[in-house]
Design a protein around this ligand. Structure first.
Ligand code: PAF
Length: 282
């Protein structure tokens, strides 16, 4: 696997390959890789001649300094995982490379970001949008692969490439889960033993809500079911549970009026924030 840390050399390497129609699949990450990321690498390898992964902990998308400082950093371990997974190229820049000068642009995503992650993490999607634009300009991929765990992020990036006319296909792949249902996430590595034991509750809550909502078609009562469940777990702080249209993220009042609905959840165990979602009909 080739490793690039700077922009010019990776662009010089990829440009001629792209011009002879070698397809480039791209997986942007912040490292601390897990099986969820590996499923994206696998998908890219099966659809493209070249698979590029980036590892960069993007400071502009963190609204919480401690979260940025505590984000797991295990580059050597990640490199080994990528080599074993057959990734061709790793782009691993540092802050000097990605933000030589402070960016002053401010990306707004209107109704797509005034809720859920955007509401609770002020400025988060500006940072995500900014880094994705930069990475797409550098890598110029044919297809970029993302995980469904960050479904709101995926929808926002889809809007971004549409609005800014990026010539990139997007692919959203299913969440990979631990045996107890916990969605794989880089932040899971920070859970202590006791917290890890109860962290499967997020997925349990989503499934309970799904069954209840399909039976009763009553959003308020479904929300109450979820709240009741979390009351039994004082170590967990439920931040939000929301029922939204999977495409537009509009709130859902009646499940019969939407073709695709997702249930979203977020909360804290200690200082570790976890998010998850499932589709209602599947
Ligand atoms: O999902 C992530 O890991 C990050 O938000 C991303 C897309 C790599 C941008 O920094």
């Amino acid at each position: 696997m080739l490793i690039f840390e700077d922009i010019a050399p990776i662009k010089e390497y990829l440009f001629p390959l792209k011009s002879i129609n070698q397809r480039i699949g791209f997986i942007p990450t912040m490292g601390a890789l897990h099986k969820g990321h590996l499923s994206l690498i696998d998908a890219s390898r099966s659809e493209n001649e070249i698979t590029v992964c980036s590892i960069y902990i993007n400071p502009t998308q963190f609204n919480n300094k401690a979260d940025l400082q505590n984000y797991p950093r295990v580059l050597q371990h990640d490199i080994k995982m990528l080599q074993d997974a057959g990734c061709d190229i790793l782009f691993a820049p540092d802050d000097q490379v990605m933000y030589k000068e402070k960016a002053i642009i401010d990306l707004k995503f209107g109704p797509l970001e005034s809720l859920m992650e955007g509401k609770y993490r002020n400025g988060h999607f500006n940072g995500v949008g900014l880094i994705i634009c930069k990475l797409f300009h550098i890598i110029n991929p044919n297809t970029a692969y993302f995980g469904q765990k960050d479904l709101q992020q995926f929808i926002i990036i889809r809007q971004l490439i549409k609005d800014l006319a990026f010539d990139v296909n997007l692919c959203c792949l299913p969440i990979v889960r631990e045996p107890d249902g916990l969605a794989m996430s880089s932040r899971n590595a920070r859970l202590n033993k006791d917290d890890r034991k109860i962290s499967g509750i997020f997925y349990k809550a989503l499934n309970l809500a799904r069954i209840f909502l399909l039976e009763h078609n009553n959003i308020e009562k479904t929300e109450q079911q979820v709240k009741n469940l979390f009351e039994k777990y004082p170590a967990i702080h439920l931040e939000y549970f929301e029922v939204r249209d999977s495409e537009t993220l509009e709130p859902v009042n009646n499940i019969e009026n939407h073709q695709q609905i997702s249930l979203f959840i977020a909360g804290y165990i200690g200082d570790i924030r976890l998010i998850d979602n499932i589709y209602l009909f599947s």
